[in-house]
Ligand binder design. Structure first.
Ligand code: RP5
Length: 162
């Protein structure tokens, strides 16, 4: 569901982040929320980041989900360049298991917020759900989709562990 009417922009610092960030895309797909996904590196493609973040709101995006690992500057820099809500997903790194990513994303200076999620797959899924919940404040179709997703989750939990 990648199209020019996307409500959510998923950006990531590298192709190698897609395995994790795909979980955000899959969750938005399940919710029926249009999104786009792009590789936008704060370090390797800074001009692309500037272009993306400064034009995001005018293109109609309403929430940005940014995933990055290591010295993960992407969510913070995106947040510096747009007033759209930015949700940051720390991608697990090989050397420090994502603690570096988490601290890089969560420790923003006061005044430039990034809503930081958990490291890895859970964070990517929750970023999509949180984006959906933000959009659902003004979209009853999305609100219904979120509520149905939560009901399916509840129904999937067995009482008996054996
Ligand atoms: C970050 O560096 C990316 O977000 C990625 O998580 C990490 C490693 O990137 P690659 O070397 O795999 O391209 O910028």
């Amino acid at each position: 569901m990648t199209n020019r009417d996307a409500d959510v922009g998923i950006i990531m610092g590298s192709q190698s982040d897609w395995e994790i960030m795909k979980n955000a895309a899959d969750t938005l797909e399940t919710l029926g929320i249009p999104f786009e996904s792009k590789i936008v590196s704060a370090h390797r493609t800074p001009d692309r980041l500037y272009e993306y973040a400064t034009h995001a709101a005018a293109r109609g995006l309403k929430v940005i989900i940014a995933g990055a690992g290591g010295a993960a500057h992407l969510p913070g820099m995106a947040a510096a360049l747009t007033s759209l809500p930015v949700l940051g997903v720390p991608v697990e790194s090989k050397s420090l298991k994502g603690m570096d990513s988490l601290l890089s994303i969560v420790q923003m200076p006061g005044g430039v917020p990034v809503g930081t999620l958990a490291i890895g797959k859970a964070g990517a899924i929750n970023a999509a759900l949180l984006a959906g919940q933000i959009l659902a404040l003004q979209n009853s179709t999305y609100a219904t989709a979120i509520n149905e997703w939560r009901m399916r989750q509840t129904d999937a939990v067995a009482l008996d562990p054996k």
